[in-house]
Ligand binder design. Structure first.
Ligand code: SF4
Ligand code: SF4
Length: 342
């Protein structure tokens, strides 16, 4: 009896909390009002950059793509150990579709195509979640998700060097970028969070998480209780192939597609001289000559048209470095080569 009285008293004391923060003003009015003029400004307002890893200003890409006939949702995630695009496609279809439909409307696209890895089970789920889009499967092989290779499949031949997707009538947008657009349209939330894969393959730990942009990596690792030891492990951000090493003091960025914790030991082997095996040429998906390019860069012979044309095409996928039996970090030199183009 006393207890019931006490509960009633407590219930009477409960008042709805007053929210000191007013509801966010919608920064975008709705799908029906989207037009090519205002949409790129909206992308700037929400702070969107290419979240597939490029970090390219999304508004510029959108402006250039007005008039494209097809929007391609790029879900062909191909870096080993990263599954965030597939996870977002399966778990956040509302936001992805809102972002895709808005982008398609803004550029005047006639169709939306969903490019995904060739996984029959997943394809049937995606068909149910995205009934309005055509689904095109791509090989589950690195670097099948590169924009250029997606276009190669869509147009039936390798796009000519230097030609951008919009010049061929396509806008290729990463899944997480479209999710961010949808989140802003549906909920009025700008780009303040980053879905990413967090993994430590040596312990079998794989998770997809959403982290606030700006959170330190050590805070992320603390919350997941991972046995990370900086003396024994290194952290790569945004992929084993295209990513870079980070430390616990670095922060989650809008372009952080993943954090992978790897044992240091296999990476500490010695680099040898090139044995001219040609494996790097064979591995390059664009038929470039990676070792020759690195020689040009090291000898500072970077003015020739041939060098500049090949260097412009290289998208730093790292396939050449990964295959090299002499452990030459070709891609590190190629990153320097990119700087010679500006
Ligand atoms: S990083 Fe290497 S394999 Fe990849 S595109 Fe450039 S040269 Fe080719
Ligand atoms: S794969 Fe390595 S060793 Fe072989 S040619 Fe290329 S740089 Fe030289």
């Amino acid at each position: 009896m006393h207890l019931a009285k006490a509960i009633r008293k407590t219930q009477c004391a409960i008042r709805p909390l007053e929210n000191p923060f007013p509801a966010p003003e919608r920064i975008f009015p709705g799908l029906e009002e989207i037009d090519p003029e205002t949409f790129p400004d909206f992308l700037d307002e929400i702070g969107l950059v290419g979240m597939g890893g490029s970090g390219f200003p999304a508004s510029e890409k959108m402006r250039a793509s007005v008039g494209a006939h097809t929007l391609v949702i790029n879900g062909v995630e191909c870096e080993p150990d990263i599954t965030i695009d597939q996870t977002v496609l399966l778990h956040h279809p509302l936001w992805v579709q809102a972002g895709a439909n808005a982008s398609a409307k803004a550029i005047g696209a006639k169709q939306v195509v969903l490019a995904v890895k060739n996984n029959p089970d997943q394809r049937s789920m995606l068909r149910k979640l995205y009934p309005e889009y055509s689904i095109i499967p791509f090989p589950d092989r690195y670097p099948a998700g590169a924009e250029k290779l997606i276009l190669k499949k869509l147009i039936g031949k390798m796009p000519p060097p230097g030609v951008r997707p919009y010049q061929l009538g396509y806008l290729v947008q990463n899944v997480v970028s479209l999710r961010a657009i949808g989140r802003a349209i549906v909920d009025g939330i700008p780009v303040v969070e980053r879905p990413l894969t967090l993994s430590m393959p040596s312990t079998g730990f794989y998770k997809n998480i959403i982290a606030p942009v700006g959170l330190s990596i050590s805070e992320v690792l603390e919350t997941t209780h991972l046995a990370y030891d900086p003396d024994r492990h290194l952290i790569t951000a945004s992929g084993r192939m295209m990513g870079h090493e980070v430390t616990g003091d670095d922060c989650i960025e809008k372009t952080t597609t993943s954090l992978i914790i790897l044992d240091r030991e296999p990476f500490e082997g010695l680099e040898h001289n090139c044995i001219r095996c040609g494996a790097c040429n064979t591995a390059c998906p664009l038929d470039l000559h990676p070792f020759a390019l690195t020689e040009f860069i090291q000898k500072r012979k970077t003015k020739s048209t041939a060098f500049r044309a090949q260097m412009t095409e290289c998208f730093l996928c790292g396939a050449c470095s990964a295959i090299c039996p002499a452990r030459i970090p070709l891609v590190h030199t190629l990153i320097e080569g990119k700087k010679c183009l500006s």
